[in-house]
Ligand binder design. Structure first.
Ligand code: ZN
Ligand code: ZN
Length: 412
């Protein structure tokens, strides 16, 4: 039997799980401030959903989907991203619009695994469906910033661009196509295909020789229609006014077919940990997706953040957890300890009692292994004086606490 997890997956051991839970809690708290409610959709959907939304020309659909036929001959795929499932549910249940939804869960893409990139990865995402005004874009970006600040990540900048709409983009596409045709002999093989299928996607190319050429290419940002230009200008002005750190990046188009107008990415400015994986996530408007699904014309905007990237950016989690470890030193103290452990749990304080066959030294060893923040020692001396010896393993201090003051001390 193979005793290892499949390539591209990772186990969240207790210490990482605690950090994951902490991040998710911060996320829930932050998005609640902006009126978002949770939605949970299936981990797999009909494959057709992703072909119609994520897009036939994207790497995600052509190379990275975990697709399979189930025992009932249904063509299904593990979700490579969260948005299509959420939009599908909004339409299926005819949710009243506008609606602000968030989700947290695993996504699946068959990619080359590297630091911060997995085949099974977790995303924290939001979708605002039914709001067209640029103020919504600003709120969403501000909310992302607030979330990173709440995590203690103050070095995050928003890279932003506009990719236009079905009115201005076709005109621009022709212009770009002409530029690419002129430079066809100098761009990479992948870009030659992109030039045919979806010219805008060439800006995603990682090849340096391509990037050098594209610096002189026409940019969608400079070729927006009047409405798109207006919308984008309001977003940029207001971001500056709210002092949200951002950077205009005309080369950023992002790898999904359904984006319109504002697109953005949250990027770490000094990322020793993440290296080339400095993006923590991103999003954009998708004003036509609902209509593409057969729904009414409905503007929308959302983003998705990578949990593993955020964990890398935060660094190794602290191993200390809220758990009090009680070590009685004799049988009399043990009887008292049994009562104390239940008193603490009744007061919502996590607690464990040392095995009576283990001595003080072994008990302290276990408390250390379990990463407890407190140890309570009860011996005959403590029993006589009606106190506990309380060791704070974080501050490395020790003091005697009157027995009737223990709960309020631990709750501080
Ligand atoms: Zn436009
Ligand atoms: Zn290229």
């Amino acid at each position: 039997m193979i005793l290892s997890n499949p390539k591209g997956t990772q186990d969240f051991l207790p210490q990482q799980s605690r950090q994951k839970h902490w991040i998710e809690t911060k996320f829930r708290e932050t998005v609640a401030l902006y009126g978002f409610s949770e939605i949970v959709t299936p981990v797999f959907e009909h494959t057709e959903l992703y072909l119609r939304s994520t897009g036939l020309s994207t790497d995600i659909v052509t190379k990275q989907m975990y697709s399979f036929v189930d025992k009932g001959n249904r063509e299904l795929s593990l979700r490579p991203e969260g948005t299509p499932g959420v939009v599908r549910a909004v339409l299926q249940y005819q949710l009243k619009l506008p609606v602000r939804l968030f989700y947290i869960g695993p996504m699946y893409r068959y990619e080359r695994p590297q630091k911060g990139r997995y085949r099974e990865f977790y995303q924290l995402g939001v979708e605002t469906i039914g709001e067209a005004i640029p103020e919504t874009d600003i709120e969403i970006i501000e909310m992302g910033n607030r979330f990173f600040n709440n995590l203690g990540l103050s070095n995050v900048i928003t890279k932003i661009n506009s990719v236009g709409c079905p009115i201005c983009r076709p005109k621009f596409r022709n212009q770009l196509k002409m530029f690419l045709d002129k430079n066809l002999s100098d761009i990479c093989e992948d870009c030659k295909v992109r030039a045919e299928q979806n010219p805008l996607r060439v800006f995603d190319c990682k090849e340096e020789k391509c990037q050098d050429i594209y610096r002189d290419a026409p940019k969608i940002t400079d070729n927006l229609c009047f409405d798109c230009q207006n919308h984008f200008q309001v977003v940029l002005n207001e971001l500056a006014e709210r002092k949200i750190p951002f950077e205009l990046n005309k080369m950023m188009v992002r790898g999904l077919d359904y984006y319109t107008r504002t697109t953005f990415e949250f990027v770490l400015t000094d990322s020793k940990e993440l290296g080339s994986q400095d993006s923590l996530g991103g999003g954009g408007r998708y004003d036509n997706l609902v209509e593409d699904f057969g729904g009414p014309k409905t503007p929308a905007i959302g983003f998705a953040l990578g949990l593993e990237r955020i964990m890398l950016a935060l660094g190794a989690p602290t191993s200390i957890k809220k758990l009090v470890y009680i070590i009685p030193l004799d049988s009399n103290a043990y009887q008292h300890g049994k009562q104390l452990v239940s008193t603490l749990r009744n007061a919502n304080i996590p607690a464990m009692l040392n095995n009576p066959e283990k001595n003080l030294r072994a008990g302290l060893g276990t408390a250390d292994t379990l990463s407890c923040n407190y140890v309570i020692i009860i011996g005959s001396n403590e029993m006589n004086k009606k106190v506990y010896t309380l060791k704070d393993l974080v501050k490395r201090t020790q003091q005697e606490i009157p027995q009737d003051k223990i709960i309020e001390t631990l709750k501080l």
